[in-house]
Design a protein around this ligand. Structure first.
Ligand code: SF4
Length: 349
């Protein structure tokens, strides 16, 4: 497959924002670009190819079912764990009431322990019974413990990777085990046939290893591999030690990577909706000139019908969901009679 640009305004942009330095071409000054990692919806925007509609309506809800993870990734936008409990029943009821098409379980780690696997599995089964499709983002470390019927019922599974070999993976995913990840992804595919997408978040350190990261599809049966930029958000807890990489470096590095170029499953995944028109155009030209395979997200996911509901019942826009350090100031909360489609319309108004 030839390298190409897929311009899309849809989907799964999971977006942090990143200051993009504009050292090349006609790019005008510095600009904010949003990434596509777990914060908004993993690979959902790409998967569903959502296009803007005249009448805005709620289409995708992203949710954190808990606030706990067994890993300690330095770039995690969800920051420090505050409460270790699972999503409360009131919030689960609001999700089950529907009014949207698809639920993305975006964190923190839905399969962190046996107890949370059971609770996440029950929720997925109940949602499926209500006709709501579900996907999940996971670090993959406990995938072998997830029941086959649950994996089979998912539209797809996003697995966060961020490394191309044992050393780079374990340096980024502190506490993770590379062999276990590879084994679990292979096993999940073999056991259930679930569609699996790999997510790489690129930062200043691991971008140098992009070529190897593009080759993980030869180790694991991934159906799609997305590279998005790391960004610093206002998160809870410790300061970031990870540094962002600018979008032009990502594009150049991908264009120079033989493995990326030869891998039809690999795409850069860039949220360009915050850029002014002139910068969007310059970035598109840069992608075309380099012949890099890229998905460019033109529209803010909120305008495409995406909202976030947290495990403790807060309702927020995708942009708000990036900044866990500001969650305390969000007062929109799920109540007994909350209907999420109506909450979305209130936010739109
Ligand atoms: S695996 Fe995901 S949720 Fe867990 S610490 Fe890493 S980035 Fe955060």
């Amino acid at each position: 497959m030839e390298n190409k640009i897929l311009a899309t305004s849809a989907g799964a942009m999971a977006g942090s924002s990143l200051i993009m330095s504009t050292s090349a071409g006609a790019m005008a000054g510095s600009a904010i670009i949003a990434d596509s990692s777990g914060a908004m919806a993993g690979s959902a925007l790409k998967t569903f190819e959502i296009q803007p509609e005249k009448e805005k309506r709620l289409r995708i809800v992203t949710t954190t079912v808990n606030d706990v993870c067994q890993l300690r990734c330095p770039g995690c936008y969800l920051g420090e764990s505050i409460r270790r409990e699972f999503m409360n029943e009131e919030t689960q009821q609001a999700l089950l009431r529907g009014g949207y098409n698809h639920l993305v379980i975006a964190g923190k780690e839905p399969f962190v322990s046996e107890a949370h696997i059971q609770k996440t599995s029950d929720l997925i089964r109940r949602l499926s019974d209500e006709g709501i499709t579900v996907s999940a983002i996971t670090n993959g470390q406990n995938l072998h413990m997830v029941p086959a019927d649950v994996l089979r019922s998912l539209t797809y599974l996003d697995v966060s990777i961020d490394g191309g070999n044992k050393a780079s993976y374990e340096a980024t995913r502190l506490g993770g085990n590379w062999e276990r990840l590879v084994r679990n992804v292979r096993d999940a595919k073999e056991r259930t046939g679930v569609r699996i997408h790999g997510l790489h978040v690129l930062n200043a350190q691991n971008t140098r290893e992009l070529d190897q990261m593009a080759g993980v599809t030869s180790l694991m049966p991934l159906d799609l591999l997305l590279f998005s930029p790391f960004t610093k958000t206002e998160r809870r807890g410790v300061d970031y030690t990870t540094e962002p990489v600018d979008a032009l470096t990502m594009i150049r590095t991908a264009s120079e990577s033989p493995t990326f170029k030869d891998n039809p499953k690999a795409f850069l995944y860039l949220g360009i909706y915050r850029l002014p028109e002139i910068d969007k155009e310059s970035l598109r030209e840069c992608v075309a000139e380099k012949g890099t395979r890229a998905i460019l997200i033109n529209e803010n996911p909120f305008n495409l019908g995406v909202i976030r509901v947290t495990h403790d019942g807060k309702i927020m826009t995708p942009d708000e969901s990036l900044h866990t350090g500001k969650y305390h100031s969000i007062s929109r909360k799920v109540a007994l009679d909350t209907h999420l489609a109506r909450e979305y319309q209130k936010l739109v108004a």
